[in-house]
Design a binder for this molecule. Structure first.
Ligand SMILES: *Cc1c(COP(=O)(O)O)cnc(C)c1O
Length: 425
């Protein structure tokens, strides 16, 4: 559920009409809903409430989904920590007021400098992805004279059944340590005086639309934890990652909900007592944000051979602002801000951005009303992996991000200026 909908003929973010917002901020811009972010955090917490935990589970929001410190601060107020993959993300999480003890440091290529920074901050856990990384982390911890708390990120060799570019749990994936080799590396870690073995982690991919791959992976992790505990390996923390998908299509409403996810986990873990950690990203932020854009031009081309008329709607947001369609072939719903347009006759068209790339396309052959210059459209489900993956390709300015909370709006990232752009070089 989200708080983006038509009210009094105009698409709203909570109680804020998006046409009003567009005159204040100018398109294109990202708009997030505070109530939706809060709601998603709470629904997730309720979903996993049935777990057998010694201490309350840690929910560490995957910062890469949406690193804006204002968003992180709002989630922190809901009790969430951070899952980070770089020193930059640690700094953003700390700037948002998230304590280091609520930060999990993931990532397959942590550099020495990043490790030192994280050790000095005192992060909760390093999720280690290789024997080499373990050696380097040990050296750095020794150099600082501190203990590095670790989990091994295991690869359970389960196919996540998602897009090729976001599956991570198979043997041919660069992520994690093959679960069959993990006991050896646990033994190595346990022998290192500046490493504190405390947990295990698993993350098999993103935008998973079925629970079954999670269930298989988690059951494997459970069996492995019991095996390791039987050998007196102190595995207390069980970090089950993120990856639960969200409905990008209106027809996808039948996706697993956090309740079902929680029930599946309880069943897969069969009462395994642990300090549980989760790393949801998309589920929290994805449907809590939209990208608002204006129509610049429309044009038509008739293909005589197939007798098809191609209609193009050229909008002022491009693939540099929202990369998911170009990168993953991802579908994002597009709706007009005016409800009258929404009810007008729909005609098949292509919605494209202004970037000089053929892949700068948001929708192909999609039924939409015929719009005109300056009409506003909303690209839905853009709160995760939207702004965070954006670039300034084609020397386009970084677009603003706005947080709406009821009737209030805050610009939480201003539009970049041409002066700032020039000053970068
Ligand atoms: C990206 C990532 C996540 C978050 O994935 P979502 O699909 O956004 O929930 C969690 N953990 C790790 C290690 C990741 O790389």
């Amino acid at each position: 559920m989200d708080h983006f909908q038509y009210k009094h003929g105009i698409y709203h973010a909570e109680d804020m009409p998006l046409d009003t917002l567009a005159t204040l901020v100018e398109t294109p811009f990202y708009c997030y809903s505070a109530a939706t972010l809060r709601h998603h955090a709470q629904v997730f917490m309720r979903g996993i409430a049935g777990l057998n935990h010694r201490v309350p589970p840690k929910i560490c929001f995957a910062v890469k989904a949406n690193p804006n410190p204002h968003v992180l601060r709002l989630l922190k107020e809901q009790g969430l920590g951070a899952d980070v993959v770089s020193e930059g993300e640690i700094r953003l999480a700390l700037a948002a007021g998230i304590p280091a003890q609520d930060i999990v440091f993931s990532g397959v290529g942590k550099k020495r400098q990043e490790m030192r920074f994280a050790l000095q901050c005192g992060v909760f856990q390093f999720n280690v992805e290789s024997a080499q990384e373990l050696h380097v982390l040990h050296e750095e911890a020794q150099g600082l004279g501190v203990l590095a708390p670790i989990a091994l990120r295991v690869n359970p060799n389960v196919d996540a059944v998602t897009h090729e570019k976001i599956t991570t749990g198979r043997k041919d994936s660069k992520f994690g340590i093959d679960i069959e080799q993990a006991s050896e590396i646990y033994a190595l870690a346990h022998s290192m005086p500046y490493i504190k073995v405390q947990g295990i982690s698993v993350h098999i991919g993103s935008q998973l639309t079925q629970l079954e791959p999670f269930a298989r992976a988690f059951a494997r992790v459970r069996d492995f934890v019991l095996e390791m505990r039987a050998q007196a390996m102190p595995i207390d923390v069980v970090d089950l990652g993120g990856g639960l998908g969200i409905p990008y299509h209106p027809e996808h409403a039948a996706l697993p909900e956090p309740d079902g996810y929680g029930a599946m986990i309880c069943e897969a873990m069969q009462g395994l007592e642990a300090h549980y950690v989760f790393e949801p990203g998309r589920l929290i932020a994805g449907n809590a944000g939209v990208l608002v854009a204006s129509v610049i031009y429309t044009k038509e081309a008739h293909d005589a051979q197939t007798d098809v008329t191609h209609r193009f709607m050229i909008i002022d947001a491009g693939m540099n602002d929202l990369m998911r369609p170009a990168m993953y072939g991802a579908h994002h719903e597009i709706v007009p801000v005016s409800e009258a347009h929404h009810h007008a006759t729909h005609v098949s068209q292509h919605v494209v951005g202004p970037v000089c790339e053929s892949s700068d396309v948001f929708l192909r052959h999609h039924p939409l009303p015929l719009l005109h210059e300056d009409d506003l459209v909303v690209i839905r489900s853009a709160g995760a992996y939207g702004a965070s993956m954006s670039s300034t390709y084609n020397a386009r300015l970084q677009i603003p991000e706005v947080l709406v909370d009821g009737t209030r709006m805050t610009i939480i990232r201003p539009r970049e200026t041409y002066e700032e752009m020039l000053a970068r070089y």
